[in-house]
Design a protein around this ligand. Structure first.
Ligand code: 9MR
Length: 344
C-alpha cells in the first residue's frame, strides 16, 4: 500500500512540468555581458529577504528603484523630500559597485496628492516642476548613472498624453524637464522611457520623431528606455528589431528598461508546461540576440522589472496568474535564466 502511494507520489513529482532549470549561477549574468544587466529593486525585499538580497547582489550590476524615487515617495509634501530610502539604495550600490539608474522624475502616475491638487499660475506650476526635478537631480548629482526624466508621455495613437504637466505647462514640459535635469546634473545620462514602442509602430514613430526633434534643437537627451513588458506571444521579433534599430540608428542609447515576458498575456486559467518555459526562454534569447545587433556604443543595458516571479508587478496589476521573470517564486533559476546565459 505504502509502496503504491510512494510510486504515485514519485510519478506525480516527475511528471509535473518543471519550471526550474539547473544551470550554474556563476559566472553571474553581468559577468557574461558586455553591457550592464539591471534589475528593478524592492528595497524592503533587499533589506529583509536574505535569499533575494544574495541573488540580487550576485547577478546584477545595475539597479533601478521600482518605486522609491517616484514623486509620491521621494517628494510626499511640497516642502519635504524623503531621501532616506533612495539614499540607502544608493549607498548599497556604491558599496557593491553597482550603478544606479534613476526612475523616474516626471510621470503622470504615483504623484503625491499635493502635486495633483496644486493650484497656481503657469509660472507657479513651472517653478514647482523645476524645483522637483532640480532638487532630486542635485541631491544625487554625480551619483546616478542616468535618469528616466520623462516617463510615458505619449498615448497609443501617438499624441501627447493629457497629463497634469501638459495641461499646466503645455507640450513644452518635456523639453523643459530635460533642460532642467541637465542643468542640475550635467554628467547624468538622460532618458525618455515608454512602453509598447516595439508593439505599436504608430506610437514608436511619433516618439522617435519627437525625440529626434528635441535632440536637433540641442536638448540633452541621451537615450530611449524601451520598457519591453512583452509576452511569449507578442510583439513579433521583427517589431522588436525595428524598435532597437530605429532608435539606435537615430543616435540614441537604447535601454531595455523594464523587461518581463508574460506567459499568460490574455489571462484566464494558466496551464504550466515545459513548452511554455521553453517559449519564454526562446523569446528572451531573441530579445538579447536582437539587442546585440545594435551598435555596441548604443547598448546602455538590459534591466528586468523584478527579480523573481514572486516580485513581479503583473499578477496584481492585471489580476492574473503569470510568471514573467528569470527566477521562480522560490528564487530558483528558470529556463529563461539559463538561456540568457547562453545568449549574452
Ligand atoms: O512595478 C511598479 C509597481 O510596483 C507599481 O505599483 C506601479 C504603479 O503604477 O508601477 C510599477 O512600475 C511601472 C514603472 O514605474 C513604469 N512603467 C510601468 C511599470 C509597471 O506598471
Amino acid at each position: 500500500m505504502y509502496r503504491k502511494i510512494l510510486i504515485v507520489l514519485i510519478l506525480a513529482v516527475a511528471c509535473k512540468p518543471k519550471q526550474t532549470e539547473s544551470c550554474a549561477l556563476e559566472p553571474a549574468l553581468y559577468q557574461l555581458s558586455d553591457f550592464p544587466i539591471g534589475c528593478a529593486v524592492d528595497l524592503n525585499q533587499r533589506e529583509f529577504n536574505p535569499t533575494y538580497a544574495r541573488l540580487l547582489g550576485q547577478q546584477f550590476n545595475q539597479l533601478s528603484p521600482e518605486n522609491i524615487m517616484k514623486p509620491e515617495h521621494i517628494h510626499p509634501q511640497a516642502n519635504y523630500y524623503h531621501w532616506s530610502d533612495a539614499d540607502s539604495l544608493l549607498s548599497y550600490c556604491q558599496k557593491e559597485l553597482k550603478s544606479l539608474h534613476g526612475h523616474t522624475l516626471i510621470w503622470h502616475q504615483q504623484l503625491p496628492p499635493w502635486m495633483e491638487d496644486f493650484k497656481g499660475t503657469e509660472v507657479e506650476w513651472e517653478a514647482m516642476f523645476k524645483d522637483h526635478i532640480q532638487s532630486i537631480c542635485r541631491h544625487f548629482k554625480g551619483k546616478v548613472r542616468a535618469w528616466d526624466v520623462v516617463n510615458e508621455a505619449f498615448n497609443e495613437d501617438g499624441t501627447l498624453r493629457n497629463s497634469i504637466w501638459k495641461q499646466h505647462l503645455g507640450a513644452a514640459y518635456i523639453e523643459k524637464a530635460f533642460r532642467y535635469a541637465h542643468e542640475a546634473d550635467p554628467d547624468a545620462l538622460l532618458f525618455y522611457n515608454d512602453f509598447n514602442l516595439a508593439l505599436n509602430p504608430k506610437k514608436r514613430a511619433a516618439v522617435l520623431s519627437y525625440l529626434k526633434n528635441l535632440k536637433q534643437r540641442g536638448v540633452a537627451l541621451d537615450g530611449i528606455g524601451l520598457q519591453m513588458h512583452i509576452s511569449i506571444a507578442f510583439p513579433e521579433n521583427r517589431a522588436i528589431e525595428s524598435a532597437f534599430q530605429d532608435f539606435s540608428k537615430a543616435g540614441f542609447l537604447v535601454h531595455i528598461s523594464e523587461l518581463d515576458i508574460s506567459v499568460n498575456p490574455y489571462g484566464g486559467t494558466f496551464q504550466a508546461s515545459a513548452d511554455i518555459w521553453e517559449r519564454q526562454a526562446q523569446k528572451l534569447a531573441s530579445v538579447i540576440g536582437l539587442y546585440k545587433q545594435i551598435n555596441d556604443s548604443k547598448q546602455y543595458g538590459i534591466t528586468f522589472w523584478g527579480l523573481s516571479d514572486a516580485d513581479s508587478w503583473i499578477p496584481s496589476a492585471f489580476n492574473r496568474e503569470d510568471y514573467p521573470l528569470l527566477f521562480d517564486g522560490d528564487y530558483q533559476a528558470k529556463a529563461a535564466y539559463c538561456k540568457m546565459k547562453e545568449s549574452l
